[in-house]
Design a protein around this ligand. Structure first.
Ligand SMILES: *Cc1c(COP(=O)(O)O)cnc(C)c1O
Length: 400
């Protein structure tokens, strides 16, 4: 048996089957290309779900990783360490935030933000101000807290009862938000661009309305930028075009260059409600990960790098529109920067499957939505390659 066959067989025998994986084994990557164990190349349009912003084998990332690994990997959060303090400073100086809490994933960041909001409300207001407002099509993660704010019934139902107090309002509907947010609300959580839910961008006026409603009802506004943040949409923060700031913001996916890290960014007035012992994590933001994250963050927070993302985004936008003109199976195209969703009249999974044969790694976002999340270092020639591949795939599926 080949290494591909034995690996797949072993995985299927011993790993809990929570994912359906395609029939190849990814062995290594370079730039925006992944290679399987049979030596086949794939253009990566998923980035490990918006994680690998700098692609694979970035020399500066590798240098930071190996240098820090030789010095210190982990000592826990009981002690001061240099790379963690430095990363926290960088994140605060580039955002609305005054403080950072570190954790290990996007779900943990959302859990942390919700806990901090509850503690803040308990500190300042009468009991009962515990309500959390989230939105339809939201995705905030799979842990109990984050899942409680995730709208998809299929993810929630098997695990109920979840954390109580969460209500869901229609996305991009200021009138409905005004009805949902009240004196009982302690926090409102929203993705400035919804990811898993299908690439729906919040209207700037919607985020502005949420800011006003939160201020009017003494509720905290949480922006979940785990997927859309850190340059993905062409600005460092996806909420920038709306011109409003949150009280808390969650980050994760691209921050560690593939190593697990999450972060909750907080305004000082929220931080004031938190005391030593209120929350914690053994692994969070160890020296290895934060040394790497500094490199990633510095590279992503470069105005020229961000401008290039906007430029490539416009190029992709144009290419996708001309693809849509030729393919009736493309119902709608949505996106910004290098975060795009294609609403299809067919199952996204069919396109993804043929994508593997074309040498394209694609992901879905629900049954009929194809998501494009290439590494942010992608070049226009790669985007042409992706568009040509999609053209052939859709032609093939339309002929069926
Ligand atoms: C992926 C995601 C999460 C959850 O992150 P994990 O690291 O998978 O726990 C939370 N919020 C958003 C917006 C995400 O896209």
């Amino acid at each position: 048996m080949s290494i591909t066959e034995t690996t797949i067989q072993t995985e299927q025998e011993y790993v809990l089957q929570t994912y359906r994986r395609p029939p190849f084994v990814i062995e290594w990557g370079e730039g925006v290309t992944l290679y399987d164990a049979k030596g086949r190349a794939y253009l990566d349009l998923a980035s490990g779900i918006a994680v690998n912003a700098l692609g694979y084998g970035d020399p500066e990332t590798l240098a930071a990783l190996t240098a820090q690994a030789g010095k210190l990997i982990h000592v826990s959060n009981l002690y001061h360490t240099i790379p963690q303090a430095e990363l926290a400073r960088m994140l605060c100086q580039a955002s609305f935030a005054d403080r950072v809490f570190f954790c290990n994933s996007g779900s943990e960041a959302v859990d942390g933000a919700l806990k901090f909001a509850r503690k803040w409300a308990k500190t300042h207001f009468r009991p009962g101000k515990t309500g959390i407002v989230a939105f339809e099509h939201s995705f905030h993660g799979r842990t109990f807290g984050a899942l409680s704010a995730t709208s998809k019934e299929k993810y929630r139902a098997p695990f109920e009862p979840l954390v109580p107090g969460v209500t869901f309002a229609p996305f991009n509907h200021a009138g409905a938000a005004a009805k949902a947010i009240g004196p009982q609300t302690c926090a409102v959580i929203v993705e400035p661009v919804q990811g898993e839910g299908g690439i729906f961008a919040a209207d700037p006026t919607f985020l502005q309305a949420l800011r006003r409603l939160c201020d009017a009802h003494n509720a905290l506004l949480i922006f979940d930028e785990v997927q859309c943040g850190l340059g993905r949409t062409g600005s460092l923060w996806a909420h920038e075009p709306a011109g409003v700031s949150p009280d808390l913001m969650t980050l994760a996916k691209p921050l560690g260059g593939g190593l697990p890290i999450g972060a909750v960014l907080l305004a000082q007035q929220v931080a004031n409600a938190i005391e030593p012992g209120d929350h914690g994590s053994t692994f969070a933001a160890n020296s290895l990960i934060t040394a790497v994250a500094q490199v990633i963050f510095r590279r992503l927070n470069d105005p020229a790098f961000l401008a290039a993302i906007r430029d490539k985004g416009q190029y992709l936008d144009k290419g996708l529109r001309s693809l849509q003109a030729r393919h009736a199976t493309i119902v709608d195209i949505r996106g910004r920067g290098l975060m795009w969703g294609l609403d299809l009249a067919i199952k996204a999974q069919e396109v993804i499957k043929l994508g593997y044969q074309e040498g394209l790694i694609l992901v879905g976002a629900g049954e009929n939505i194809l998501r494009l999340l290439p590494p942010l270092i992608v070049e226009k020639t790669h985007l042409d390659q992706a568009l040509d591949g999609l053209d052939r795939i859709l032609t093939q599926l339309e002929e069926k």
